[in-house]
Design a protein around this ligand. Structure first.
Ligand SMILES: *Cc1c(COP(=O)(O)O)cnc(C)c1O
Length: 415
């Protein structure tokens, strides 16, 4: 459920017409809905009610300070994957004590920064990382709260680039190795064994893989308990999918219910790390139709946004819904490829779409909030888009459109 709906022939973001927003702020334009973000956060919170829990928004899905700030005010924790993301959380008013830090390649200085800020938990992904954490904790004279990221060998049945829980992925360690490493960590007084962590993939549209993973994590929990190692939390990661086209993913409560059911009698807090499900449908990307042309059998609709602003179709072959923000009563619907201005053949937003468009129309790419802006680039020396957040009948700029000088301000000419 989101707050981007048609009233009559016009698409609205909450109480505002998106064509008016495009006129006021220009295109390309990312438009977020605060009510949608809030609704999603509440859905996750409510679905874990009755048990101690922490909903950690995965910052990499959408790292704008305003989005982080809204989430922080709703009580969210954060899942981060770099020092930069931790600095963003702090800059946006988030609480480091609610931050979990994931990622296979944390550098020593990143670990040092994270521990100095008193984060909630480091999700360690290898034996060598344990050694680095020990070294840093001793240097800072702190006790580092840690979990191991376990790779339970569960197939998330999603795109290979976003599947992370298989044995041949770079993420985490196997349950067998985890059992050994927990015992090694338990001997270190500068480590506090805080949790067990996993994250098996993204855009999961079935609840089965996470149930399978939960059972495997519980088995490890019990095995650790038997050797006197007691963790305080179990982190089941993110990965809940959203509807981009006709997928029917579970709702947050359908997704969390079996996790809650399985963990309810264990003396642990439940952590989850939703990214996509929190923000994807809380945002549309607006683009203006510039030209149309026919090449061979294809009709092309050429917009002013492309793979630099929204790389998901090019990177993962993702299908994203594209709507005309105004429904025309005249004209005709044609089969077309919606493309951008970038000089790459995979610079498309959608292929074989049925649209009734006129030049100058505003198109809305739905589900643009996750891995949209956060993956954008200035490729082809195009400015990063303006981003706004709508709250009822008010709109706020949350990222100014770059200037051209912004793009090359850190570059220098010889001599
Ligand atoms: C990316 C990521 C998430 C968020 O995944 P979504 O599919 O966006 O929910 C959560 N945890 C970790 C460790 C991640 O890398």
């Amino acid at each position: 459920m989101d707050y981007f709906n048609f009233k009559g022939n016009e698409l609205f973001a909450e109480d505002l017409k998106v064509t008016e927003l495009a006129k006021q702020f220009g295109t390309p334009l990312y438009v977020y809905s605060k009510a949608t973000l809030t609704r999603h956060m509440h859905a996750f919170e409510d679905s874990l009610n009755g048990k101690k829990h922490l909903v950690c928004f995965a910052v990499k899905a959408c790292s704008n300070l305003a989005v982080i700030n809204v989430m922080a005010k709703l009580g969210a924790g954060f899942d981060i994957v770099s020092e930069g993301e931790l600095r963003r959380v702090i800059a946006a008013g988030g609480d480091p004590k609610k931050v979990v830090y994931s990622g296979v390649g944390k550098s020593e200085s990143e670990i040092e920064f994270a521990l100095s800020q008193g984060i909630n938990c480091l999700n360690i992904e290898s034996e060598e990382e344990i050694d680095t954490v020990i070294k840093v904790a001793k240097k800072l004279n702190v006790v580092a709260p840690v979990a191991l990221r376990v790779n339970p060998g569960v197939d998330a049945k999603t795109h290979p680039y976003i599947s992370t829980g298989l044995k041949n992925n770079k993420f985490g360690v196997s349950e067998e190795i985890a059992f050994e490493l927990y015992q090694k960590m338990a001997k270190e007084s500068c480590l506090k064994i805080s949790g067990i962590d996993c994250h098996i993939g993204s855009q999961m549209t079935s609840g089965m893989p996470i149930i399978e993973a939960t059972d495997k994590i519980i088995a490890l929990y019990n095995k650790l308990l038997a050797v006197g190692i007691k963790v305080d939390h179990i982190d089941m990661g993110g990965g809940l999918g959203v509807t981009y086209d006709n997928e029917t993913p579970p709702t947050p409560s359908e997704y969390c219910a079996p996790i809650l059911e399985r963990l309810k009698d264990l003396d642990v807090a439940i952590y989850i790390e939703p990214g996509r499900a929190m923000v994807a449908n809380a945002c549309v990307l607006l683009a203006k139709v510039q030209y149309q042309k026919d090449n061979g059998d294809k009709h092309f609709v050429i917009t002013d946004t492309g793979m630099n602003d929204m790389i998901r179709p090019a990177l993962y072959g993702s299908w994203m819904t594209i709507l005309n923000a105004v429904k025309h009563e005249d004209g005709e619907t044609v089969l077309c490829d919606v493309v951008g201005p970038i000089c790459e053949s995979d610079d498309f937003l959608g292929k074989d779409r049925k649209l009734n468009v006129k030049n100058g129309d505003i198109l809305a790419v739905r589900g643009a909030g996750a891995y949209g802006s956060s993956m954008s680039s200035t490729y082809n020396t195009r400015r990063l888009p303006c981003e706004i957040m709508v709250d009822g009948d008010k709109s706020y700029v949350i990222k100014k459109r770059q200037t051209y000088e912004d793009i090359w301000k850190d570059e220098c000419i010889l001599g």
